[in-house]
Design a protein around this ligand. Structure first.
Ligand code: ADP
Length: 643
């Protein structure tokens, strides 16, 4: 057994590999770029080596530096994780040539599966069903067109060297073929330096089903059943599960058998995945599932397989790389229960899933689930790498229970101020079609806005924000209204308050206040005795971080002070501090010009003029001479001319 291991990766997968290596008594070496100097994988490893600047092509993708780091630290073996250099046959060869153990398949196996057409041909020879189509060397456009006509539209043109969802064109009708071919060839030439294409029948209701395979150096190959990864956003997997919904034993036997054949055909050693595409329009059937490609590495979604089989796949990788036989034979493997995984991304669903970066001021620990992550509270999310910050994995008896457990775990995600896709994930998991197993790769696109959290703060979110701030201000420290009895409870500073937030005033009137939600001022009417649904609110430096079912936002006082008082962008004139109105110079409906004095406030023995922020009309006036006002109170609102 190897005794030391360098992990040529970062993030959650590096942490995942280190965890198993440690339980096996193997010494671990991490590598890191500038941006990752304080990353979790660096903290977890026994040793860590700096390998270069933040961009991956200057660090994690530089094979020589990684091999040099292994040599310098005396590491015996290299685990590539996934992505980066994991499917780079040249790197695998260099590792082996340097006298190190490569925790992965033979370089020849990686190469055999590297080109789509060669891989498909190999699979056909091995008796593995492949998508109907054309794989010929003849790339004459007329020949390709004739083949497409014979396959029948819609047809998919794929670059043979393609990957990552690039170099694919769907053609709906014969008349569009020539143009689509040209544009696919152009993209293939510029992205992969190879303009050859293959043609496939376009599957109308495709499901992505893949089989985990494992081989050792003693010619044993087993499968560890299937995973369903049909829930994708722009060809990116989002939610994965094992087993696949609607898979009957005969169909499972057929595709798992095909997967083992595929692995044997390339003399496979280590963990690999055979990806299939299934036509889901009439349910899963053995004659409706075809080989798509093989991934010659550990997959992101491997934990769902581990959960249902009870196998630690990283342990198997390390044993096999050390020359041991597979720890279990096929008849010792079985499916137990249902596992599901959600990929938590640092991105903002309300803003077109734009990556969200920054320091994780709050990063909750999920309870009762398996969390695979490479970050911690206080860590920095940079724009240099993949925005996936964690995988949430559940394992239950049934699919229904797994959906429920995962949806609740996603809704309980408390991360701030970085935005995440958590509110999108639980909406997908709660969807009735998803619950019924009616899924295909077009599911997310077809559901559209129904899975998105609100882009603008809802009325309820604004009330939560206002209440959280008021409670904090009125009582000096966070106070919670217990959802059961309405009692006011004190809570220690900086501890999150979990439960309903709300407040009670002695006054009989409702309260009008102004709050900033994620940097924008809003006027909020808060009824006396208002109380929210359960939320989490946590005091942070500049306000209160409120989390409503996985959607987090910053509630801050709409504070405008001194000369800035009249400059609120949306025309809200707010009281900069508690005080007394001593003069009101305008009336509701008056036209005003920029800089014109609206009212005068006396506070802290000084007079403050509040002026119009721009030309417009006084749309709202809540102040009268002699009136006492609280800080942040909305005194007037100017509506911009022309609106
Ligand atoms: P890449 O190597 O670029 O990831 P794949 O061949 O794995 O390309 O295909 C990526 C995705 O495109 C699949 O997960 C599936 O959603 C879709 N796809 C691939 N082939 C077909 C097909 N014949 N019909 C319909 N969709 C397909």
């Amino acid at each position: 057994m190897i005794t030391s291991l360098l992990i040529a990766n970062r993030g959650e997968i590096a942490c995942r590999v280190i965890r198993t290596a440690r339980t096996m008594g193997i010494r671990t070496v991490a590598v890191y770029s500038d941006a990752d100097a304080r990353a979790l994988h660096v903290r977890m490893a026994d040793e860590a080596v700096h390998i270069g600047p933040s961009p991956a092509r200057e660090s994690y993708l530089v094979g020589e530096r990684i091999i040099a780091a292994a040599k310098a630290t005396g590491a015996e073996a290299i685990h590539p994780g996934y992505g980066f250099l994991s499917e780079n046959a040249d790197f695998a060869e260099a590792v082996i040539a340097a006298g190190l153990v490569w925790v992965g398949p033979k370089p020849a196996s990686i190469r055999a599966m590297g080109l789509k057409d060669a891989a498909k041909r190999l699979m056909q020879q091995a008796g593995v069903p492949t998508t109907p189509g054309y794989l010929g060397d003849d790339q004459n456009p007329d020949r390709l067109k004739a083949e497409a006509d014979a396959i029948g539209y819609p047809v998919l043109i794929k670059a043979v060297a393609g990957g990552g969802g690039k170099g694919m064109r769907k053609v709906d009708a014969a008349a569009d073929f020539a143009d689509a071919l040209l544009s696919c060839q152009r993209e293939a030439a510029s992205s992969f330096g190879d303009d050859r294409v293959l043609l496939e029948k376009y599957i109308l209701s495709p499901r992505h089903i893949e089989v985990q395979v494992f081989g050792d150096s003693h010619s044993n190959v087993v499968h560890l059943f299937e995973r369903d990864c049909s829930l994708q956003r722009r060809h990116q997997k989002v939610i994965e599960e094992a087993p696949a919904p609607g898979m009957d034993p005969a169909t499972r036997a057929a595709i798992c058998d095909a997967a083992v054949k595929a692995a044997r055909a390339v003399d496979y050693v280590g963990a690999g995945t055979i990806e299939f595409i299934a036509d889901a329009s009439t349910g899963l059937r053995a004659d409706g599932i075809w080989f798509m490609e093989m991934n010659t590495r550990l997959q992101v979604e491997h934990p769902v397989t581990e959960e249902i089989t009870g196998v630690d796949l990283v342990e198997w990788q390390l044993r096999v790389a050390s020359g041991e036989p597979l720890p279990k034979q096929q008849d010792e493997l079985s499916i137990n229960g249902w596992a599901m995984e959600a990929r938590l991304y640092a991105e903002d669903p309300a803003k077109g899933f734009l990556p969200s970066t920054g320091r994780l001021e709050i990063f909750c620990e999920h309870e009762g689930v398996r969390l695979e992550t490479g970050v911690y509270e206080g860590a920095e999310i940079t724009g240099f790498y993949d925005p996936m910050i964690a995988k949430i994995v559940v394992h239950e008896e049934t699919r229904e229970e797994a959906c429920e457990a995962l949806a609740r775990a996603c809704a309980a995600t408390d991360i701030f101020p970085v935005k995440t896709n958590a509110p999108f994930l639980w909406r997908a998991l709660d969807d009735k079609d998803f619950r019924a197993g009616r899924i295909d790769t077009g599911f997310i696109a077809a559901k559209g806005d129904a899975l998105l959290p609100p882009a603008e703060p809802t009325d309820d979110m604004l009330k939560q924000a206002a209440a959280a701030l008021l409670v904090q201000e009125y009582y000096g420290e966070p106070t919670l209204v217990s959802p059961e009895d309405g009692d006011l409870l004190g809570a220690p500073q900086r501890e999150p308050w979990r439960g309903a937030i709300g407040f009670r005033l002695n006054a009989a009137t409702n309260l009008r206040t102004a709050v900033n939600v994620d940097g924008r001022a809003h006027v909020v009417d808060l009824p006396v005795d208002w109380r929210s649904a359960p939320v989490v609110a946590e005091p942070v430096d500049d306000g209160v971080a409120v989390n409503d079912d996985g959607l987090s936002f910053l509630a801050a006082p709409a504070r405008v002070s001194g000369a800035a008082a009249g400059t609120a962008a949306d025309g809200a004139i707010l009281s900069p501090m508690p005080g007394r109105v001593i003069a009101v110079e305008v009336a509701a409906g008056d036209s005003v010009t920029k800089g014109q004095k609206l009212l005068t406030l006396e506070a802290m023995k000084m007079e403050h003029s509040l002026v119009a922020p721009f030309d417009g009309t006084v749309a709202e006036l809540n102040a009268y001479a002699g009136g006492q006002v609280s800080e942040g109170a909305l005194l007037a609102r100017v509506e911009r001319a022309g609106e």
